[in-house]
Design a protein around this ligand. Structure first.
Ligand code: ADP
Ligand code: ZN
Length: 629
């Protein structure tokens, strides 16, 4: 269809109602509008969508957006339709009738944008269909899915190399929020984007406060965090297993905190309903496995909590990035303990796959563990992992409450030598019992030995005769667990592959035993686990940036928005973001002209909602006048 706009700036302002471009948006858009290829690496919330939506409105033909997020296509389409873009999607959730209608609209050139799932591109019928249309560009969203070593690999993405072969003259733009250099390279190679211009943004998300705390009371800790800091706000809790998401969601609900589980084992309808409720409601919490979240563009998710250790920094950073897309303060909160390290190490040991694959998993996990145990700025650690240099941030737990280190060398030597001695002590059994019946000594037992605690297992193996028996009375059990966790995180000890979490000393650990390596440990963990329980400082409430005299109008506008969203069957933020409503409430515009200057109010939204908003503003002014009379 003929294009109505002359420049990218005009589209930005008239269609989207935004005042200026962010970061690399303008340059990336110019590259694609000019017919070139682009690779865009921007953090979540950075504004990737505009990089293909604006070219779609400036170039002739239909832009094809390839996205793995079938469940979200409807929302994406709703969202762009709200600003007046002609859009649709083709995927397996449609009926034949719906699909045929969409194909007809596409052939007739009625669409600016068409979202399709990657697997459809391998169908010859779809290829024929595209051949009959004018294509303005291909946008490959979530392009990191092409990376085989990555956490979101989708085999169908490998097939996308066909775009370059079959439609060489159509510009392509690949977008992702995954920033590692290896992923970047894989995207370039596998999608044949060797001539593309690269737009790499800073991956910093300064409004997110990063915190990693020692795990002690499990769900209670989570409840305290939510109650103290984000009551009635939307958040995502990530847990490792399907069963634990259900359990935690149940426990939160029992405590009066609305929460729903989400995982791949639930049927499609339940998942869809849960997602729709999360988008539509204000204070709902989703407890999910990693199956939830990619492409969730709810702007006002106030926190992301991890109650289990993530497998990699890539995954962790992307998951936490779902908090605070609107730029308002948000928190990435995680609890982490010895059990997490044991579990993750064991999962790698037991995983099927090549040695290379295991090594790859281990190196991802080690980087994650180093982040958990660092005494330096968390953000600096993560950004440097992505190849970006930065200063200490002032908005993470280690910056705000710097942990001190203590010399854990002697404690480490005591623990490591207990492992060695218990193993040697068990040696005679090996000869009479055979390998399968060998005793298994996990960390709990070894700590009992160090602290001189008489248990059945101690008696059974006569471990009160070990020379390290009772030499660890200077630390209590949880302090020892902290030591063991850090040793395991640093790979001074390892788990054997016997399915019983038996520990053994690694080569690195032997260096510690020989006195060739020091073992600095985090003291904050120790202090926290100490006999005198430290009272947690109460966090300052999240600042509310709505002034008192605009609060009432802001609340009224939110009510109005909710009613509109229900009536139209879309998510509230699709109509206006909180930031836009806040600006309206502060400015209290009297004319459409005034309203149109507010960020987020484009021409189509002005036409659809302008009058209603002016009425709400007028009603607010009237009631204020009444009150002051
Ligand atoms: P991403 O896909 O990179 O995670 P989005 O494209 O969803 O991010 O953009 C995040 C939010 O920022 C969206 O609500 C979008 O409308 C808004 N946004 C994008 N670009 C701008 C801009 N130049 N000015 C104001 N808001 C913008
Ligand atoms: Zn910091």
């Amino acid at each position: 269809m003929p294009k109505k706009y002359a420049s990218a700036t005009e589209v930005l302002q008239s269609v989207f109602g935004y005042h200026e471009f962010r970061g690399h948006q303008e340059a990336a858009i110019a590259q694609v509008v000019g017919g070139g290829d682009a690779i865009v690496l921007m953090p979540t919330g950075g504004g990737k969508s505009l990089c293909y939506q604006i070219p779609a409105l400036l170039r002739d033909g239909t832009a094809i957006v390839i996205s793995p997020l079938i469940a979200l296509m409807q929302d994406q389409v709703d969202s762009v339709r709200q600003v007046g873009i002609q859009a649709g999607f083709l995927n397996s959730t449609q009926t034949t009738v719906q699909r045929t209608a969409m194909e007809k609209a596409l052939r007739a050139g009625e669409l600016d944008l068409l979202y399709i799932a990657p697997e459809r591109l391998s169908m010859s019928s779809v290829q024929d269909l595209l051949d009959q249309c004018e294509i303005s560009l291909f946008a490959i969203d979530e392009a990191h899915c092409v990376s085989q070593w990555g956490h979101d690999f989708r085999p169908d993405y490998l097939g996308l190399s066909i775009l370059a072969e079959k439609w060489p003259s159509v510009p392509r733009i690949a977008l992702t929020a995954t920033a590692t250099q290896s992923t970047h390279q894989e995207i370039t190679q596998r999608l044949h984007l060797d001539k593309a211009q690269h737009f790499v943004s800073s991956f910093d998300r300064p409004n997110i406060n990063y915190r990693i705390e020692p795990k002690d009371s499990g769900v209670k800790q989570l409840v305290t965090f939510i109650r103290n800091e984000y009551p009635d706000k939307a958040g995502i809790v990530y847990a490792l297993t399907r069963a634990s998401t259900e359990k935690i969601a149940g426990q939160l609900s029992d405590q009066g905190i609305p929460a729903l589980p989400y995982h791949a084992g639930l049927d499609v309808k339940t998942r869809h309903d849960t997602q729709a409720r999360f988008l539509a409601e204000d204070g709902l919490i989703i407890v999910a496995t990693i199956a939830f979240g990619m492409g969730i563009d709810k702007p006002d998710v106030r926190f992301v909590a991890h109650v289990d250790l993530p497998k990699s920094i890539e995954g962790y950073y992307q998951e936490t990035g779902r908090a605070g897309r609107d730029g308002d303060p948000a928190t990435a909160w995680m609890t982490y303990g010895l059990g997490d390290v044991v579990q993750q190490r064991r999962m790698i040991e037991e995983s099927v796959g090549s040695v290379n694959h295991k090594r790859n998993l281990s190196s991802h996990l080690n980087a994650m563990l180093a982040l958990c145990e660092t005494v330096e700025c968390r953000r600096q650690n993560m950004l440097s992992y992505f190849g970006e240099e930065s200063q200490a941030c002032g908005n993470c737990d280690t910056c705000l409450r710097p942990p001190t280190q203590w010399d854990g060398t002697v404690a480490a030597q005591k623990f490591l030598s207990t492992i060695v001695r218990a193993e040697q002590h068990g040696y005679p059994w090996r000869q009479c019992w055979g390998e399968d019946d060998l005793p298994h000594f996990g960390s709990g037992h070894l700590v009992d030995v160090l602290r001189g605690v008489e248990t059945d297992q101690v008696q059974r193996w006569n471990h009160q005769n070990l020379s390290t028996w009772g030499i660890g009375g200077d630390l209590n059990a949880s302090q020892w667990r902290s030591v063991v966790r850090q040793l395991l995180a640093r790979a001074d000890v390892a788990l054997s592959n016997d399915g019983h979490s038996t520990l053994y000393v690694t080569d690195q650990g032997r260096e510690v035993l020989r006195g060739n390596r020091d073992v600095p440990l985090r003291e904050d963990v120790l202090r926290k686990a100490g006999a005198v329980k430290e009272k947690k400082p109460k966090q300052a409430p999240v600042p509310v940036d709505v002034s008192e005299d605009s609060l009432e109008l802001f609340q009224a506008l939110r009510q109005w928005r909710l009613a509109q969203a229900k009536a139209r069957g879309v998510a509230p933020f699709v109509i206006f973001h909180d930031a836009t409503l806040k600006a309206i409430a502060a400015k209290k515009p009297r004319t459409l002209e005034e309203l149109s200057t507010i960020s987020g109010v484009g021409e189509t939204k002005l036409a659809s909602y302008g009058e209603a908003i002016l009425n709400a503003c007028q009603a607010d002014v009237n009631s204020t006048l009444l009150q002051s009379e």
